[in-house]
Design a protein around this ligand. Structure first.
Ligand code: HEC
Length: 160
């Protein structure tokens, strides 16, 4: 990833750390303590939210549309959107600081479906970004936002 390496932005450096952690994150022993899993998934959501907001603000025309910046944010989202879902491990349901509802563990198929829906919408957003048409990016970003909300409504504590 030479173009990303050339960047010195902290978020992109954080991405590199996340990226190298990706393979080990999928091993069951990846987290020593349940609270480590909570911190990991929350950090992943934070990064995803930060880069999604940057992309979405441009898509919505709140800030001038910069195709290159949209592509950079998209590249980050594509990676970090997968990470939180490697960290909803058994035993982390009651860990300190979590805002996840017990339904994540009691309705795993429904939770997985909501996570898959996000991945599908992120895939469509990637295609729209590639097309370079702001209007398409705007529509696809709206659908991604809906998939965030749909999951939070069922699986995340309110008011956070
Ligand atoms: C399949 C379910 C699901 C989807 C989809 C989802 N989230 Fe979440 N999100 C959660 C859960 C559950 C938590 C609580 C995690 C915890 O505290 O352990 C959370 C937490 C968060 C947090 C708080 C992190 C923190 O620091 O505590 C942010 C921000 C967030 N999500 C943003 C997003 C955005 C933006 C999207 C869409 C691009 C999204 N989420 C999609 C389930 C989801």
């Amino acid at each position: 990833m030479p173009s990303i390496l050339a960047q010195s932005r902290p978020a992109l450096l954080a991405l590199l750390c996340f990226g190298s952690a990706l393979s080990s994150a999928q091993a069951p022993s990846a987290f020593k303590r349940p609270s480590d899993a909570v911190e990991y998934r929350q950090a992943g959501f934070e990064l995803m939210a930060t880069h999604f907001k940057r992309l979405n603000d441009m898509a919505q025309g709140k800030v001038p549309y910069d195709a290159k910046a949209v592509e950079e944010n998209m590249a980050v989202i594509a990676v970090v959107s997968k990470l939180p879902f490697t960290a909803f491990v058994p035993g982390s349901d009651k860990a300190k600081g979590t805002e996840a509802l017990p339904e994540v563990w009691s309705q795993p198929a429904k939770f997985q479906e909501a996570a898959d829906k996000l991945q599908a919408e992120v895939g469509k957003l990637q295609a729209a970004v590639k097309s370079g048409k702001q209007e398409d990016v705007k529509i696809a970003a709206g659908a991604v936002g809906q998939s965030c909300k749909a999951c939070h409504d069922n699986f995340k504590q309110k008011g956070h």
